[in-house]
Write a protein that binds this ligand. Sequence first.
Ligand SMILES: Cc1ncc(COP(=O)(O)O)c(C=O)c1O
Length: 390
Amino acid sequence: MNFDQSFSRENTCAVKFDARKAVFGREDVIPLWVADTDFAAPEVVTEALVSRARHPAYGYTLFPDSLYEAMIDWFRDHHQWTIRRDWIRMAPGVVPSLHAAAMAFASEGEGVIIQPPVYPPFFSSIRKAGRRVVENPLVERDGGYQMDLEHLTDCAADPSVKVLFLCSPHNPVGRVWSTAELEAVLEIARAHDVVVISDEIHADLVYPDRPGHRMLATLSRPDDPLLTTVAPSKTFNIPGMGLSAVVSERQDLLRQLNDVFDSLHMVQCNPFSITAFEAGYRYGADWVAAMMDYVRGNRDFVLGFVEQQLPEIRVTDPEGTYLLWLDCRALGLDDAELKRFMVEQAGVGMNPGISFGSQGSGFMRLNLGSPLAVIQQAMAQIEVAVAARR
Ligand SMILES: Cc1ncc(COP(=O)(O)O)c(C=O)c1O
């Protein structure tokens, strides 16, 4: 578990590295964009995959009981959440589940609430289903973000609004929602019969010195209109495996979601995805704890660096995720100029905040999941570029 160790990901078909030319127009930017990390996956996962690969039959595959057991044990031990086997439906990725939920629980033209700035597929998964995006923007307060619960109530009260996509913890602003906020969301959903899809893919990525994550389902009643999406992909840095799970006590909701997946004949099971999924949840606890401790060091470095060297940039201090939300509005650049500036002057490839909704205008999202030396180099390059503008 040496997170300082750097190894080349170039020419491995890694989007973060090998799509740089296509996305940034240059192959040499330091890539701090796509939300995976440059850390080697846990050795226990690699060993399980190598062992599986040695068996030379890669045929049609089913989900073994042991996979469900590993997942159930993980959420019991790490999130005090008791799940039953029949509450779980495996799914290819979390984004397909968002899309399937928009299809299943809203009709054409009906509304799905999201809380921007938010992970871009929250928008596209609704729009591509022909459903309507209803924005309940987060509010900026004291350098951080909060939910606008009054406005959320108004959105949910509209009878043509059927679904809420909750991002918990929140990408990109790094909020780990408080119990009070989560209880308020459940209450609103209950009162207006809005189905909540709680995307908790970042649930395991909280900082040791910040409040822990609370699974929304641990606050819910059995008949609440709630489905939770989870995955080991961010937790153990295996998102390329493309396997996640949807959990709900409401069998009627699970069935409706299932119908959408079944109608597409979507196969999500393969010998490698199930192997990595199970090995991560079964043996990966020490690795993720060490990884978040390391990322905490990266976070502190960037927070300190920005405070001392970059008065033009403000950072939202994150409670979870390995993502940082940089407020670059004081640079006085429009969104196209800001992206060009970071790429051409600083040589750093980040996600433009505008892709997370209009509320992200003037921001950039930085991925802290790289060796500290890489993060230090990127920040030094940004500092030189910003200083040249002073
Ligand atoms: C909030 C959130 N949901 C979903 C995903 C992607 O999930 P998947 O790759 O399983 O579709 C991401 C990846 O960055 C994310 O941040």
